[in-house]
Design a protein around this ligand. Structure first.
Ligand SMILES: Cc1ncc(COP(=O)(O)O)c(C=O)c1O
Length: 343
């Protein structure tokens, strides 16, 4: 695959090669003119994000959220009706969604519920078929908060070798104390790492994420991605978000979230209708209740929305860690269930 042959963009030239409007709008306060197409791939942003994520610029493709990276990777690696994707369960449902969109085969491997939903690398290796091109590992895992140990990941990378790429989704990495596995990029040619600005950096609305991997794979993913994928307002917003002062604010917000997460763990443990709170390296907690449906409904009535998944997690709810006020509101909603025999 070759990159789309876009109109040349050269500074200080008269651009009559891209059918753009010559009229510069006064809407918005952007550094770059909105009547011009953005860069096909935003170079400055790519370098800044590569620095942040611990890889080289040629090992990174900036995407519209990591959601787009999931879609791109599956479309690039899987021929419809022939190749397949392996996911663990329970995990983030978007891997399954995009595998279905592509018509890729899907293998689901249960995590070990009795061991805090640990990822079972032996079971994954046993379940792989010759056609399994991608293995998605979400670490910390959404919605269980579980992390895959580094040596287990390396076992998976080594055992699958050229047969499958291992896609490690690190959407929540900043909320734990483990380093990113981008450190391993130089050692494994079948490792891809997904990162996002939607969680720790607080820019879900900007839709910006990235996939890191070997340069030759990144080049192909880039050829598959839409030209001009990142809009000028997004590029400028994220460039600003990556300035030192903004990063310091984001880092403080992560520390606040972690402190609130630990406060919630202590507070939740006091309710007799809370059965189990799983350890979490993310910005959410998975909690088992004696009656999850009642808790969910009562919170909803009190204007607090929680997430229910069903299946193996039918009696559980995922609670995102909010601001101190929002978390207090959650606890007040739960207080109304005290002594109601809802369990
Ligand atoms: C594990 C995981 N990966 C990826 C995403 C997608 O994030 P985004 O597309 O906003 O980068 C999410 C969103 O909740 C997620 O939980």
């Amino acid at each position: 695959m070759h990159a789309y042959d876009a109109a040349e963009q050269v500074d200080n030239t008269i651009r009559l090669n891209a059918n753009e409007s010559p009229r510069r709008s006064t809407i918005g306060n952007f550094r770059r003119p909105l009547n011009r197409y953005p860069e096909v791939r935003p170079q400055k942003l790519q370098t800044a994000l590569a620095n942040r994520f611990g890889c080289r610029a040629d090992q990174l493709l900036v995407t519209r959220g990591s959601s787009e990276a999931i879609d791109l990777v599956i479309r690039t690696f899987c021929r419809a009706g022939e190749d397949g994707v392996l996911v663990t369960s329970p995990s983030f449902s978007m891997y399954r969604h995009y595998a279905e969109v592509q018509g890729a085969d899907l293998i689901e491997v249960e995590t070990l519920a009795e061991h805090d939903f640990a990822i079972d690398v032996d079971a994954i290796l046993a379940a792989c078929k010759d056609s399994t091109r991608l293995i998605f590992i979400c670490s910390p895992n959404n919605p269980t908060g579980t992390v895959l140990a580094r040596d287990e990941l390396e076992r998976l990378l080594t055992e699958r070798g050229d047969a499958s790429a291992i896609v490690v989704d690190e959407a929540y990495i900043e909320f734990g104390d483990k380093p990113s596995v981008t450190e391993l990029l130089g050692r494994y040619t079948n490792l891809l790492v997904l990162r996002t600005l939607s969680k720790a950096l607080g820019f879900a609305g900007a839709r910006c994420g990235a996939v890191a991997g070997p340069p030759e794979i990144v080049r192909i993913l880039s050829a598959v991605q839409a030209p001009y994928a990142l809009a000028t307002p997004v590029v400028e917003c994220v460039e600003d978000a990556l300035q030192d002062d903004q990063l310091a604010l984001a880092e403080a917000a992560v520390l606040d979230t972690v402190a609130e997460r630990e406060r919630l763990v202590v507070a939740l443990a006091n309710y007799d209708f809370v059965v189990k709170i799983w350890p979490s390296d993310a910005n959410f907690l998975l909690v088992r209740f004696t009656d999850a449906a009642t808790v969910m409904r009562r919170c909803e009535v009190q204007n607090v929305l929680l997430r229910h998944f069903g299946g193996a997690l039918d009696d559980c709810l995922r609670i995102s860690v909010g601001s101190p006020d929002e978390n207090d509101q959650l606890l007040r909603a739960l207080d109304t269930l005290k002594g109601t025999n809802n369990g």
